[in-house]
Design a protein around this ligand. Structure first.
Ligand code: GSH
Length: 84
């Protein structure tokens, strides 16, 4: 499974997800993709979801199927369920 979090630095909802990632020791498992520093990441987020709201967790399973998960609460719950 490949995981990437779309975020930007001053986003409070992103900070909440990042706190969970750090407290669970998952930093090495989740690539951070900053949509303000990297316009290409913002563009691909728009293409996938039709909007640029962050945080969004991109989940790619071992078969290559991709799921885009929005909502900080859902992301935190998914991380806790999957890795807790
Ligand atoms: N309910 C959402 C709120 C996310 C949200 O409001 N994100 C802000 C930044 S903190 C954002 O991306 N605003 C710009 C936009 O929606 O395009 C969550 O909990 O993830």
């Amino acid at each position: 499974m490949k995981l990437a979090l779309y975020k930007y630095d001053t986003c409070g909802y992103c900070a909440r997800v990042l706190r969970t990632i750090r407290s669970m020791g998952l930093e090495d498992r989740i690539e951070l993709r900053d949509v303000l520093r990297d316009p290409a990441r913002r563009e691909e987020l728009f293409e996938a979801r039709g909007r640029g709201t962050v945080p969004v967790l991109r989940i790619e399973d071992d078969a290559g199927a991709v799921r885009w998960m929005g909502e900080s609460r859902d992301i935190v719950t998914w991380l806790e369920t999957t890795f807790g």
